[in-house]
Design a protein around this ligand. Structure first.
Ligand code: MRU
Length: 383
């Protein structure tokens, strides 16, 4: 993905310094482009929990690099007899940062298994570094493949509309900022745009943290994709009036039966899509499947965040002469009103038209999902 014409990923090992990971600090976007340096696992845990970086795939990649930083600190001290206990502590710390995105635990467990295979301290560090890089590379490759498998959906609609722009609604940010590159929901959109297919994206603002207005709109703009930011409640109206051809969203965790946890508000869009016969697709790399879960509503943990995210809004102050450049938070709700902040909801598989994965598209049901990923057939006891 390009930022001001330069290619970036969202996370990388600092060239020439193996002790530092660099990330794009998403809190500053869209108004400032800031790179943050991270050199300890505790700092990575804070970056994840306080959402300097966020999004399923990127959280997984950050957890992979966080475990690398932990291994580097722990195994560089050759005298440490409690190395394994410290590594387990680092794993627990990282896993506790965000409960809903399954990529987090998946990446931490993958690192623990890989590091255990090293026989010397030096080998363990080198395995941790390679595994972190592999997790990031695989994430980018999976998202690219999702684009290749999703583009035909958009192309078919474009042909039906005789080349008129295909209107796609998306929620939150399942773009390249939520992954290492390309994004999941946005990958087919970028692929279509790059292939010369006219697309237009309705971007749900996605309160309370406004990942749509701040992040999705910004990255689509950087790539030159026509888009319009809409208030969260607008999608149903647009669908009733034939102004949405297709919904594509991402997911933070999808069960083996196709129930989809995604940013709060996704379920309402899926309901509106069903009522208006608008296809509703979910794009995901296989690292976002929870192969052990069958019942998303009952089993997927839903993160609850602080009430201040709901009661406050933030952005650039605007004076009579335009933007002042000063960032500010403003209190929107009465100071004494309590607020609830559920981060995610679960869209039942029956409302999902299909899934777009790195191995192809499938229906949102266990049989179809396992036909694409047969190696996971035994990951969950049959009922
Ligand atoms: O709370 P966030 O921003 O980490 O939420 C994750 C998301 O960005 C969305 O739920 C997204 O649609 C799925 S992650 C690819």
């Amino acid at each position: 993905m390009n930022v001001h014409g330069k290619h970036y990923r969202t996370i990388w090992l600092r060239p020439g310094d193996e002790h530092v990971i660099e990330i794009i600090d998403q809190r500053a976007l869209p108004h400032r482009f800031v790179i943050e340096k991270i050199s300890a696992v505790a700092q990575m845990a804070t970056a994840i929990s306080e959402m300097h970086l966020r999004g399923a795939g990127l959280i997984g990649a950050a957890a992979g690099y966080g475990m690398y930083l932990a291994a580097l600190a722990i195994f560089s001290d050759a005298r440490s007899r409690t190395a394994n206990a410290h590594l387990a502590e680092a794993a627990t710390l990282l896993k506790s940062t965000r409960p809903t995105a399954v990529n987090l635990a998946w990446a931490v467990d993958r690192q623990l298994a890989a590091i255990a295979r090293g026989s010397t301290a030096r080998e363990k560090i080198s395995i941790a570094r390679e595994t972190a890089a592999l997790i990031a590379d695989e994430d980018a490759a999976a998202c690219r493949a999702i684009g290749e498998h999703g583009i035909s959906l958009i192309r078919t609609i474009s042909r039906r509309k005789k080349g008129a722009p295909v209107n796609i609604l998306t929620h939150c940010n399942a773009g390249w900022l939520a992954f290492v590159d390309h994004g999941s929901a946005t990958a087919p959109i970028y692929a279509a745009h790059d292939a010369g297919i006219a697309v237009h994206v309705w971007v749900d603002e996605t309160r309370p943290r406004s990942q749509g207005a701040k992040l999705t709109a910004w990255e689509l703009g950087q790539h030159g994709v026509p888009h319009t930011v809409i208030a969260d409640n607008t999608g149903g109206h647009l669908m009733q009036h034939g102004m949405v051809d297709l919904c594509i969203v991402g997911t933070d965790r999808t069960t083996r039966t196709g129930d989809v946890a995604n940013k709060i508000g996704t379920y309402l869009k899926a309901l509106a899509a069903r009522d208006n016969r608008v296809p509703f697709y979910v794009a995901l790399p296989s690292s976002s499947f929870d192969w052990k879960m069958r019942d998303g509503l009952r089993e997927i943990p839903i993160e609850e965040r602080g009430s201040e995210e709901v009661k406050f809004a933030d952005g650039l102050l605007v004076g009579p002469k335009g933007r002042t450049g000063r960032h500010a938070e403003v209190l929107v709700a009465p100071p004494d009103s309590p607020a609830a902040n559920y981060g995610f909801d679960v869209t039942p598989a029956r409302l999902v038209t299909g899934l777009i994965t790195e191995r192809g598209r499938c229906r949102a049901n266990e049989r179809a999902i396992l036909a694409l990923f047969p190696e996971h057939a035994g990951s969950c006891a049959r009922r």
